[in-house]
Design a protein around this ligand. Sequence first.
Ligand SMILES: CC/C=C\C/C=C\C/C=C\C/C=C\C/C=C\C/C=C\CCC(=O)SCCNC(=O)CCNC(=O)[C@H](O)C(C)(C)COP(=O)(O)OP(=O)(O)OC[C@H]1O[C@@H](n2cnc3c(N)ncnc32)[C@H](O)[C@@H]1OP(=O)(O)O
Ligand code: FAD
Length: 627
Amino acid sequence: MEGVDHLAHERNKSEFDVDAMKIVWAGSPHAFDVSDRISKLVASDPGFRKDNRSTLSRKELFKNTLRKAAYAWKTIVDLRLSEEEAAKLRFYVDEPAFTDLHWGMFIPAIKGQGTEEQQQKWLPLAYKMQIIGCYAQTELGHGSNVQGLETTATFDPQTDEFIIHSPTLTSSKWWPGGLGKVATHAIAYARLIVGGREHGVNGFIVQLRSLEDHSPLLGITVGDIGMKFGNGAYNTMDNGVLRFDHVRIPRNQMLMRVSQVTCEGKYKQSDVPRQLVYGTMVYVRQTIVADASCALSRAVCIATRYSAVRRQFGSQNGGPETQVIDYKTQQSRLFPLLASAYAFRFIGEWLKWLYADVTQRLQANDFSTLPEAHACTAGLKSLTTTATADGIEECRKLCGGHGYLCSSGLPELFAVYVPACTYEGDNTVLLLQVARFLMKTVSQLGSSKKPVGTIAYMTRVEHLMQCRCGVQRGFAELSVDLVEAAVAHCQLIVVSKFIEKLQQEIPGKGVKQQLEVLCNIYALFLLHKHQGDFLSTGCITPKHAALANDELRSLYSQVRPNAIALVDAFNYTDHYLGSILGCYDGNVYPKLYEAAWKDPLNESVVPDGYHQYIRPLLKQEIRTARL
Ligand SMILES: CC/C=C\C/C=C\C/C=C\C/C=C\C/C=C\C/C=C\CCC(=O)SCCNC(=O)CCNC(=O)[C@H](O)C(C)(C)COP(=O)(O)OP(=O)(O)OC[C@H]1O[C@@H](n2cnc3c(N)ncnc32)[C@H](O)[C@@H]1OP(=O)(O)O
Ligand SMILES: Cc1cc2nc3c(=O)[nH]c(=O)nc-3n(C[C@H](O)[C@H](O)[C@H](O)COP(=O)(O)OP(=O)(O)OC[C@H]3O[C@@H](n4cnc5c(N)ncnc54)[C@H](O)[C@@H]3O)c2cc1C
């Protein structure tokens, strides 16, 4: 029945203060207030409706996304929302759109790689959305290998301009979000050529479309790259293709914080690492870790609530069947994902601190922690997105057949999320970067340069020094093992930071105790998953392994009465979850049944095509039967 909380009996089992846990999840009372207020604002406004996406054609879907983006911007301006509130509003609108790349990459690139003068010129236009930007780095022929990009930017001293050109088909820009139909400007990455000499890949601000009638400018060929994985999903985003035919831009549109070209055609490299050109990717990778905890917690919230609602088998003397959340197999699949959601939340908080710290150091020309920041953002982006994509799929399976319905919210969440394993750096390529960082650390063991921070533990691997010669077999030859070592390194960071979080003051009855249970589940689940490595290296004995498994089972029993309260702490509205299986009141079956009849296919009792195709078939069968 509507208005009845079918999960009340579960909520009454909670052994901790859920409101206090909501603050821990949000990060602070202020952050909770902003999230709670903005999520309810979006949920209550029919202008942000999203339950019809799977029934729209690509063009209808895209036009609807443009309408929503404009409506969101009007809401932000009318309500005078702060930057923080505006970002939250875009988040709860929950639809990949050009605005993600405008705010999430185009603006950060100008802030990170532009000079003061360039920031003063371009940021006010971008903040007021008087220009709409995209981040055009990837090409048809190169994405991972940035130094392999082919687009050229040749300096013309006669006119004090750069000539941006796509010399080959494979140099076509390909994938940039927002590029296909909306962006008026791009940060285009190209090989800088001055006086016939190449100076590596740099970023250039290039106008793509007229601000009068949106038509592509002279020398610009631009369009959408076509449908992507799944219906709805990421097809609300106009990922585009772009070719330059000798497009001229003023010299001052090369982002010049890292490298400069003077009007005389002299190339100058600032005394900063050239990798600062990659700074925007580092920034986005750390936001993607926070996004992972959001996406995984959404899926876990749906699967946990439904697992408490769903009953299957186990009826005693005609009594109710067993809640599937009480099956040990269901718990062993679901609760490590619940623990991971909390673990990723806290590692995302720490990574945000690490990124802010390295950014502050860069302003003082202190580059000492840049390698660690690169390794951590790359490795944790890889680890958390892989685990989240796999976790969303596992949550679909935990919901049985109904998890495959669009109305469960899980198919679309999966389809929107999985490219996170690829964009902002293919996950394996990024782990290889971590492996390179670890091997460089090993090579420095014994020198005066002592490992600190997240690699401090490596001082305890002195024995690696003796086998240093062993790794002469070549990085490529050992890359599979090195990638596994990189994953283990990142998992150690996640566990360590979860433990550090628990050493902080955490208010609320029972809250810290619940987090300790989740931290132990996360750590012991990893030990169980990689038991072979721990045993083969002698880190644990078979008895330790058996004890860990026993403790995991005990921990699952401790989580069980608190599971619904732990997902309630995410404080997601039914609108944001977009899931009948995950609705707050657990009133699943009536809502599933009602939703079925709203499908366009049920607008007519007899389907289109019956008279044309089915009736003749049936008639023919009757004739055949008479033969
Ligand atoms: C999705 C939306 C859904 C819903 C909407 C709701 C909310 C959205 C809200 C916000 C959204 C925010 C953003 C948008 C969201 C998602 C993003 C969407 C789209 C993604 C956009 C992209 O994909 S942009 C393109 C990304 N491309 C890449 O990542 C390319 C990967 N390749 C590389 O980074 C490099 O090629 C490389 C690192 C692999 C190799 O580089 P290179 O060859 O130059 O270097 P070497 O390997 O030789 O190493 C040399 C030394 O340099 C060091 N190094 C390398 N990189 C860095 C770095 N970044 N920083 C510091 N140092 C670096 C390296 O370690 C070596 O050092 P040594 O000491 O060993 O010499
Ligand atoms: C939804 C989506 C949105 C995107 N948005 C943008 C955007 O806004 N702007 C932008 O510039 N780009 C964007 N991209 C592009 C994205 O950044 C690239 O696709 C990504 O960096 C991967 O590069 P690639 O496609 O070249 O993969 P590849 O490198 O071709 O990967 C193919 C395979 O090769 C393997 N591989 C590659 N190099 C090595 C190596 N050295 N050693 C071992 N294995 C290797 C990879 O692990 C992978 O298995 C987007 C992509 C997607 C899917």
